[in-house]
Design a protein around this ligand. Sequence first.
Ligand code: ADP
Ligand code: MG
Length: 415
Amino acid sequence: DKRSLRSEVRTLQNTVQELRGSIRVFCRIRPPKQKADASGAFGVKAEGSRSVCLRKPPGERRHDFNFDRVFSQQAGQRELYEEVGPLLPGILEGIHLCIFAYGQTGLGAGKTYTLAGQRSSGDPGIQDLAIADLLRLAESFEVRLTALEIYNESIQDDLLSDATSEAESRDERLEVRQSAGAISDVADLHPAQDGTGANSADANQTGSSKYSPFGSMRVPGLKSWSIQNLADVEDALQRVRNKRHVASTALNERSSRSHTVISLSVLRRSGAEVNGVPVGVLHIVDLAGSERTKISQAEGIQMKEANCINRSLSALADVLFALGDSTSSAHVPYRNSKLTYLLQDALGGPGCKTFLFAQVSPDALDANESYSTLTFASRVATSVQKGRLRPRGAVPSPSPRKSPQREEMTWKGPG
Ligand code: ADP
Ligand code: MG
């Protein structure tokens, strides 16, 4: 009958998603900012749907990189979303999906564009498309949003919109804790049942929802926003933007120097209370731009920022390498950064899916930066693809080392 057919289709779809792997690495090439150089020889070009070719001066040497899929400069947001959309029903069945946007700093490589789209021209990014679909699917569930920022390895709540000074932002620093149970004390910023409908959020921080978007990892005091419709999402994201705007004027373009994590948790309703473990979670992470410190010659606070960023990005790569290589014995070094520590329950493990969108500019002038990004992301892609070919639970092909070791796994940085 129809019902069993539907469930068979669903099972088949799940199998297809399973075969495509838990970690997928994509490359997106943004439209050029400059006119191509006279010969058109340098810069990044898509070669078919899975490879990218980079020719960088001097010498015009050719470098090739492979990904799960490459999106050329003509690709629209909906084309990218084709990769994400099919996984959303799974979030109601327990999937934890992490979407990362990665790219070099200072280029406008398109991280934020890919996730958040272009507001002025009504061109939604994959974050907006995913949230809209999730809301449609999760009608009978409670959906909650949290937003936080990791700057210089310290965590701040992005839904608290009133941090105006550096001193205040220091005070609201949050910690990550690991708990035995998966229940946390996420404070309720916008209770669903207050009836007033108003987002007079600051007036009501006394809600009773207890859950953590991060599984057994919790961030005590983190505020959550109840999402009923797209207007609620817009309110929440507007708060996040306000906060970022204040922070960026106070602290010199800080928004691109922090990782921002927006998490949408799907929870079962039980009466008026929303308690327990989220069924599934969608995490959207706009990563800080990686930086080629050697050439930027940053000093002081900028040097500290750049080091924090590069260290946490290589910690992320290490985690993805280890997961891609996964054998039961492989050690996954989650503890080497706040980001991987926080997201450990969403990275790896059954029911976890991770998408990394590596963003590059095609311009010849950006070739060195693009080289760094492509090297970083394609190394993750390659390790993941090798792991995928291996039968589940099988021992990796003979190698002198038993499990991934740091020297081997650490991304040494550009140059
Ligand atoms: P990043 O977040 O990586 O620093 P942005 O996403 O802010 O970069 O992009 C910088 C500018 O380039 C923005 O104005 C953005 O709209 C534009 N842009 C980036 N990628 C694309 C794209 N694929 N198509 C159209 N415009 C883009
Ligand atoms: Mg950005």
